[in-house]
Design a protein around this ligand. Structure first.
Ligand code: HEM
Length: 456
């Protein structure tokens, strides 16, 4: 039986209460928002044969029309243009292609270690640098600067604007798309000025590195791989989108790693013991190392604090009836990844705790019978096409960091440990709020190894 909770509100915002209902339907100012809280509801509607009508995106007039993020596949309307972009993306991320990116991912993980060694308190910036390095080198063939790289800066500015403009409901134009035509000086049209400022960076984001590559005649990997029928514009757009995804989402997952290791020292010790057993203490981990405990840590990062807790909203294209419940055409349909990944009937007890063991069998192997952490990557035809690459990026970073560093709570002036708040930013995409911690080499030999790896 599917439990449905129906709420209605007059205003543009509504707090969705904690509930054990499979579906919550909220009626807000005439818009129906359907929140799917269980794996069954998500599978039935977004993944099985109804996925053809549940793969639309709601319109994002502020983001797509005014801020200029129309090139962004993630927010594109369902249809031939999206299908073509998606096809190109899938081709780039099929397993054989993902393997080709590994040397760059390994190099980036080792650069990250050196940056953490030199300025550990800037760990967030270093993680952004690492993610930017992977994308720009694999997609465009560009090697970025160690600090203040112009391409990474453009991308960060654009991503901040995209994240802010994605808040459906913050801008009246999202509810009343006709408002996009009012002039900027019109009372209440402040959103147009904001959109104009963001437009300059967002619109430029995919093209700036692409133009550089064309001028410099550097080999352009993705370009080389694309079928000749695709336009040059599409190549640039697709590659640009890749950059965005890598930079913002994997950074959030890596920041969660640092937070979890600060709060759960015993997990950190077990992870280090598992790495030492397979890798030893005189080399750095590689993709070929089989360390199930690190696989479990990566699953737990994605499950414990999903980067996009409510996935990206889908929309339904036709009226539908699900187990007697009417879902009108045009409803916004949200797969509640947070609720699904915290469901104790699926993932075992204490789902608000960071417990990698929940993914393992008693003899320390990954439990293949357990559903994986894939709800963190969305659902159905819109599921994240970069999930394999993302998981391996987080894996090699986690294994590398834990092999050579201890992460501990910093001490205050009285010598007392500073407790991280554990809080996250709110919004479609969530990051842990910055917290103080010490990231210190496990030994002088570890430090030596980090410096040597950089020279190799
Ligand atoms: C930890 C890292 C990542 C997480 C948690 C994540 C999560 C997600 C989620 C939840 C969605 C929405 C799915 C839906 O609508 O149901 C998505 C879409 C997408 N992701 Fe990721 N992602 C990550 C990394 C990446 C990477 C590395 C790439 C590319 C290399 C990528 C490319 C995309 C694209 C292109 C879409 C849009 C798909 C579409 O609308 O058809 N993501 N991702």
């Amino acid at each position: 039986m599917v439990r449905v909770l129906t709420l209605s509100g007059e205003s543009n915002s509504c707090i969705i209460p904690a509930t054990d209902s499979d579906i919550i339907s909220v009626n807000l100012a005439g818009d129906t928002i359907v929140v799917l809280n269980s794996l069954t509801a998500v599978t039935d509607l977004l993944e099985n044969n109804r996925s053809a009508i549940y793969s639309e995106r709601p319109p994002f007039p502020m983001l797509n029309d005014l801020v200029g993020a129309h090139w962004n596949i993630g927010f594109m309307r369902y249809g031939p243009k999206w299908k073509e972009h998606r096809r190109v993306f899938m081709k780039q991320f099929q397993p054989s292609e993902v393997l080709l990116h590994r040397p760059k991912e390994l190099e980036a993980a080792r650069v990250l270690l050196r940056l953490l060694l030199d300025s550990p308190h800037k760990y967030e910036r270093h993680m952004r640098h690492m993610s930017g390095m992977i994308m720009l080198s694999t997609a465009y063939g560009i090697d970025i600067l160690p600090e203040n790289d112009p391409y990474v800066e453009i991308s960060e500015k654009a991503l901040q604007a995209i994240v802010a403009a994605t808040y459906r409901g913050s801008y009246l134009v999202d509810s009343l798309p006709i408002l996009k035509y009012v002039p900027e000086f019109f009372p209440g049209a402040g959103f147009k000025k904001q959109a104009r400022e963001w437009f300059s960076v967002v619109d430029a984001m995919p093209d700036v590195p692409y133009d550089f590559v064309k001028k410099a005649r550097v080999s352009f990997r993705i370009h080389d791989q694309l079928p000749t029928t695709l336009t040059e514009n599409l190549n640039s757009i697709t590659a640009g989108r890749w950059h965005g995804s890598v930079v913002d989402r994997t950074v959030s997952a890596l920041e969660t790693l640092i937070l979890a290791m600060t709060i759960y020292p015993e997990v950190q010790r077990k992870a280090q013991a598992a790495i030492d057993e397979v890798v030893g203490r005189d080399r750095l981990p590689d993709f070929g190392d089989n360390i199930p405990y690190i696989d479990a840590v990566v699953h737990e990062i994605l499950r414990w604090r999903p980067v996009i807790p409510l996935a990206i909203p889908h929309a339904v294209m036709e009226d539908d009836i699900y187990k007697g419940y009417h879902i009108p055409a045009g409803s916004v349909v949200v797969g509640n990844a947070w609720a699904i990944l915290h469901d104790e009937t699926t993932y075992g007890p204490d789902t608000d705790q960071f417990i990698p063991e929940r993914w393992l069998t008693v003899d320390g192997k990954i439990n293949e019978e357990m559903p994986d952490s894939s709800p963190a990557f969305g659902f159905g035809r819109r599921i994240c096409p970069g999930r394999d690459m993302a998981q391996w990026s987080v894996w090699i970073s986690a294994a590398s960091i834990l092999s050579v560093f201890n992460i501990t709570k910093s001490l205050d002036k009285k010598g007392m440990p500073i407790e991280p708040s554990g809080e996250y930013t709110s919004g479609m995409l969530c990051y842990p709020l910055p917290h103080e911690c010490d990231i210190i080499p496990r030994s002088s030999a570890a430090e030596e190894m980090i410096r040597r790896a950089q020279l190799a």
